[in-house]
Design a protein around this ligand. Structure first.
Ligand SMILES: [Zn+2]
Length: 283
């Protein structure tokens, strides 16, 4: 499932590729995942110009010049592809089957298309008034963004300490506290910080607190630069895999040696999902 770095990859690429484009046509063969009635959706966005693309949590917001925004969520396997005359027949689009489940297409006046491929069909699009986007329920329930400049070490500690008796690896996934950290990056961040995932929040020392947030930001920023991790189905808007997988230290590496100390990487269930760690590098 895409996490913050994957969604940020999509947002940065879309912002660069479709800003300024005018929408001419919308097509869908799976209209129930366009949560706004399809007629209203396509009629409202027709003729509108894209002002820019931004991210709130894992939501993708495409702002239009008619006071409306298209809000999208990739969920499990959804991803946006941007095609024009130069790349429409690229190998990534024609040969990678994961890019072939196109259910929605927005065509721009210059012929470029924004296509939504989604094998599992959990991803969705909806239309909202731009002024109302930030008040929508799924967005107001989000905590501070993990990459926000306002998230400083003291703020981070104040937020997490509310969960004193809970394991740090579990609390990092609570999107209503800190938004954007998912399964892959919690394992990687705690490894970099040298902290075992099942440590109770209340037992963390000041030097551990000082390491955890920088480790989270470092891992997320590095993953954004490499276009995220394609553990399964994630593709960027060129239909290509993210390249973070090859630099993972612990996630998905059960039984392999730690890249720093050679200890075998272990995996355990924490909360409902697996977490990966090195029992030598992490205390
Ligand atoms: Zn190690």
């Amino acid at each position: 499932m895409p996490e913050l770095p994957e969604v940020q990859t999509v947002v940065s690429q879309l912002d660069q590729k479709i800003t300024g484009k005018v929408i001419s046509l919308t097509w869908s063969d799976w209209q129930k995942k366009i949560l706004t009635p399809f007629k209203q959706f396509s009629k409202t966005i027709k003729g509108a110009r894209v002002l820019g693309v931004r991210r709130i949590g894992k939501h993708i917001i495409i702002d239009l010049d008619n006071d409306h925004s298209i809000v999208a969520h990739l969920k499990m396997t959804g991803h946006f592809l941007v095609k024009d005359e130069t790349n429409r027949l690229s190998k990534a689009f024609t040969e990678d089957s994961i890019n072939g489940y196109i259910h929605h297409i927005i065509t721009f006046a210059d012929g470029m298309t924004l296509e939504f491929s989604d094998m599992r069909k959990f991803g969705w699009l909806r239309l909202m008034k731009t002024a109302e986007v930030e008040e929508s329920a799924s967005i107001t329930s989000l905590g501070i963004d993990a990459l926000s400049r306002k998230l400083t070490p003291p703020v981070f500690q104040t937020i997490l300490i509310k969960r004193k008796t809970r394991p740090v690896g579990v609390v990092l996934l609570e999107q209503n506290l800190i938004a954007g950290i998912g399964n892959i990056y919690r394992s990687e961040a705690l490894y970099l910080a040298g902290v075992l995932p099942d440590r109770r929040i209340g037992t963390l020392t000041q030097s551990e607190w000082a390491r955890i947030l920088p480790a989270i930001k470092k891992v997320l920023r590095h993953a954004v630069r490499l276009h995220g991790t394609s553990d399964g189905d994630f593709r960027d808007t060129d239909g290509l895999r993210g390249r973070f997988k090859r630099v993972l230290y612990v996630y998905g590496r059960t039984g392999e040696p730690c890249k720093k100390c050679g200890t075998i990487i272990e995996r355990k269930k924490l909360g409902s999902r697996s977490i990966f760690f090195c029992s030598w590098c992490q205390k």
